[in-house]
Design a protein around this ligand. Structure first.
Ligand code: 9D3
Length: 261
């Protein structure tokens, strides 16, 4: 098995629904990816199959109980497979492409615990969890979407999951900056035409135009990315030119956010 996950959730149907379509479905059918989806309620022992309870100390919201999680993880451990246990929570460290690359290279199965309710009993984090991750600074209703984001982003890194055309585009050259604009037929739509250079057949000019448009967009939308991006002397020269044009046209004296190019 190239890569394996176990998802622990009280909404297994939400997770299975996404895994049953498109590229991820094909990866699972092809044996490149394995995902076990486990209903936390199946590991409860009370008549009501309770997975949450009131917070000690009072306050609003419910807390995820430790015993069902412990039972679920013990059941998974029975097969002796090495596992990394990850809790999905707004309190986690930020999940990034770098984390995806680390997971894709990890030999262990990755257990994704989907939080629900206000939070999880602190003893579960202490005793059962290796790592806590958040997928970004916005509030979800639970960890299920986060688990799917992680599985999806790891799966596409596995050899054979994407087609040749899709994976070849993942060049180190463009990593760290935004994509260039794309066009397909027709050549004119509602009066908007395709840039001439893309119809020119001149591959050097096309490559230069794409690189520059990618840099232009990144500067405009995600200047934070440019600090870590792998830029050539030519890239920096182009960015400096863009910045000075911007400063001139806006009448600004200096431009603090773009300084350094
Ligand atoms: C007021 C405290 N809230 C924290 C911001 C409580 C709370 C809100 C939402 C507790 C849990 C959740 C459910 N979210 C997740 O389980 C979650 C999540 C997210 O909300 N954003 C980004 N990444 C993640 S990973 C799991």
């Amino acid at each position: 098995m190239a890569c394996g996950f176990d998802v622990i959730t009280i909404f297994p149907g939400m997770v299975r629904a996404y895994l049953g379509e498109s590229i991820i479905k094909r990866a699972i059918q092809g044996g490149l990816l394995d995902v076990g989806v486990h209903n936390l309620r199946d590991f409860t022992k009370d008549r009501h199959r309770t997975t949450d309870d009131y917070p000690y100390g009072g306050g609003s919201g419910m807390v995820m109980k430790v015993e069902p999680l412990h039972e679920a993880l013990s059941a998974l451990r029975q097969d002796g497979t090495p596992r990394l246990t990850v809790l999905l929570t707004p309190q986690g460290r930020a999940y990034t492409q770098q984390t995806a690359e680390r997971f894709a290279a990890d030999e262990r199965r990755i257990v994704l615990i989907c939080g629900r309710y206000e939070g999880i009993d602190e003893r579960a984090r202490e005793l059962l969890v290796d790592e806590e991750l958040s997928i970004g600074d916005y509030v979800l209703t639970g960890g299920e979407l986060a688990s799917l984001v992680i599985i999806d982003s790891v799966a596409r890194l596995l050899p054979g999951v994407l087609g040749d055309a899709e994976s070849a585009r993942e060049e180190s050259f463009t990593w760290g900056i935004l994509d260039y604009p794309h066009y397909t037929r027709p050549p004119e739509f509602l009066g908007r035409t395709v840039p001439d250079v893309l119809l020119s057949g001149n591959h050097r000019d096309i490559a230069q135009w794409r690189r520059r448009e990618a840099l232009r967009r990144t500067l405009q939308r995600r200047p934070d990315l440019l600090e870590k991006a792998d830029l050539t002397v030519e890239d920096k020269r182009f960015l400096r030119e863009l910045c000075s044009d911007r400063t001139k046209s806006s009448g600004e004296d200096t431009d603090e956010s773009y300084k350094g190019y």
